[in-house]
Write a protein that binds this ligand. Structure first.
Ligand code: HEM
Length: 508
């Protein structure tokens, strides 16, 4: 048979397969089915443009559960948080890791962690995530605090109090990015020999942003060769983490050291593959933390009265612990002290609520009946993607009064964390989910929240902040919906100047 005929046959069978998949009809017991008029693509374009709006509109028409054809997949959305617990628990029929390993391998360029080729690798990698939690959090947060102060001091706190304290102007996102990104990198991977900071950080940050801009396309499995410079940029970023370089760095976190040990057990992993895994962790640890920090700071800058409450709470806690803050010495903020800052905690949670748009994705391993609650269940087909979309919950006016409004104390009740939120008169287990849920929940969530709080505390202790006039408010850019924290559609300018040492018992 000629090659042309073979190719034609291949194309015809592909077309038949495509049409078969597109011609799916709803079966008894299945949720309403929404298909687009373009075969395979389905509703991908509308969903991609603004998934929150798309889901809200379909929720109005079809209720809390429906299946949508999106780019060759059938995604069943569950939008009522009262139904989340059974889905989060169902590890027998619903799998997260196969999907995430595939995305990770495509996005970062390391080989798929197939158990046959890399026996035990997945399990060891999953276990290493424990080193971001529990007792390991203390050294991690201590190191982060030191690195935040190092970068802030050298780059932004140059002027000494008493000297002329002029206002300086900057963009909030750029400011958060330059401090958080570098401090995170130093904390996770350590510092180079005989220097406290890595050289070429500006280029690394610039490349990271370029790569990250393309990340939604990589998650959608768009081939790398279609994405212009992305391949070259990714390789440059990956090479930063080649093992022969990293072994010369000191003060790496326990988590990264453990991962290097794990990868060394696998001869089939090339140095570039190991570096790619490490670059993947840099993405996980910075890509959401930086925009989350932006929103937390943005709300404080735009609500000076809130910044004042949070600053005062911090000064009170420091003063109760006998800590004397002085702007020319590094301050110690322990986890215990940070845990006492209920207004800060609430302000961070509120900004996460308003900016987070992650999707919790699970793939059905077989045809099965998905139990929702009581006797209620829906039929799900093998290969379908069951998806929770917490942004709908975060913006539900029944759960959060005036959900569009920033209320810094929304998560405080009687001086403690408020945990009772209701829907249909029933208390919710899942009401705030910026970090995912169940087996796929972000292992860096505790660290992430501590580092954002540390950053805000340092900024509030050292700097006066002002929004520059003549700007509109920051809007959410829906382009990264599904991936985590949304970016602002444009950066926002602010002014900062060194604060005089606070008066009263905390002053030197
Ligand atoms: C505000 C900051 C952060 C947000 C909003 C965030 C959010 C998330 C989300 C939504 C997931 C996927 C969960 C799911 O699909 O159900 C995830 C996974 C992950 N995150 Fe985070 N994250 C943040 C910071 C961090 C930090 C600082 C680290 C590491 C130090 C980290 C490490 C990871 C890792 C390794 C995974 C993959 C886990 C797995 O494969 O099982 N994250 N994160």
């Amino acid at each position: 048979m000629s090659a042309v005929l073979l190719l034609l046959l291949g194309l015809v069978s592909l077309l038949l397969l495509v049409l078969r998949r597109s011609s799916r009809t709803r079966r008894d017991g299945e949720p309403p089915l929404i298909k687009g008029w373009i075969p395979v693509v389905g509703k991908a374009l509308e969903f991609g443009q603004n998934s929150f709006k798309f889901l809200l509109e379909h929720q109005k028409k079809h209720g809390d559960i429906f299946t949508v054809q999106i780019a060759g997949k059938y995604m069943t959305f569950i939008l009522n948080p009262l139904l989340f617990p059974n889905i989060v628990k169902d590890g027998r029929h619903l799998d997260f890791h196969e999907f995430s390993y595939k995305v990770g391998s495509h996005a970062f360029g390391y080989p798929l962690m197939k158990p046959k080729e890399f026996p035990g690798l997945q399990e060891q990698v999953s276990r290493s995530f424990l080193l971001l939690q529990g007792d390991s959090l203390s050294p991690l947060t201590e190191s982060m605090l030191g690195n935040l102060q190092l970068v802030l001091r050298q780059d932004f706190l140059g002027q000494r109090p008493g000297e002329e304290c002029d206002w300086k102007s900057h963009s909030i996102y750029k400011f958060c990015n330059s401090v958080m990104f570098e401090a995170t990198l130093l904390t996770m991977y350590g510092r180079p020999p005989a220097a406290s900071r890595h050289s070429g950080m500006d280029v690394i940050m610039e490349n990271f942003v370029k790569y990250d801009t393309k990340f939604p396309l990589l998650v959608a499995q768009i081939p790398l060769w279609l994405l212009g410079q992305t391949k070259a940029i990714r390789e440059e970023l990956t090479r930063v983490f080649l093992p022969q370089k990293m072994t010369r760095w000191s003060n790496a976190s326990q988590f990264i050291r453990k991962r290097l040990e794990i990868f060394d057990q696998f001869d089939m992993l090339r140095d570039l593959d190991k570096a790619a895994h490490n670059f993947g962790i840099l993405w996980a640890s910075a890509a959401n933390t930086v925009p989350a920090t932006f929103w937390a700071l943005y709300h404080l800058v735009t609500h000076p009265e809130v910044a004042e409450v949070v600053r005062q709470e911090l000064l009170d806690v420091l003063s109760q612990s006998g800590v004397e803050f002085s702007s020319d010495r590094d301050v110690t903020l322990t986890r215990e002290q940070l845990d006492k800052l209920v207004y800060l905690d609430s302000a961070v949670k509120e900004s996460l609520r308003l900016s987070s748009a992650s999707m919790n994705v699970r793939v059905a391993m077989d045809d099965f009946s998905l139990r929702l609650e009581g006797e209620r269940s829906v039929a799900v087909r093998k290969g379908d993607v069951v998806t929770l979309f917490p942004q709908i919950t975060h913006m539900d006016p029944e759960i959060y009064e005036e959900p569009e409004t920033y209320r810094f104390d929304r998560f405080v009740q009687d001086g403690k964390e408020k945990k009772n939120f209701y829907k249909d008169g029933r208390k919710l287990k899942y009401y705030l989910m910026p970090f995912g849920s169940g087996s796929s929940k972000c292992p860096g969530r505790y660290f992430a929240v501590y580092e954002i709080k540390q950053f805000l505390c340092l900024v509030l202790l050292h700097l006066d902040l002002q929004l520059e006039e003549g700007q509109g408010g920051a809007a959410l850019d829906p382009g990264r919906a599904g991936l985590g924290i949304l970016w602002p559609s444009a950066d926002v300018r602010f002014r900062y100047r060194l604060r005089a040492v606070p008066p009263g018992p905390t002053a030197q």
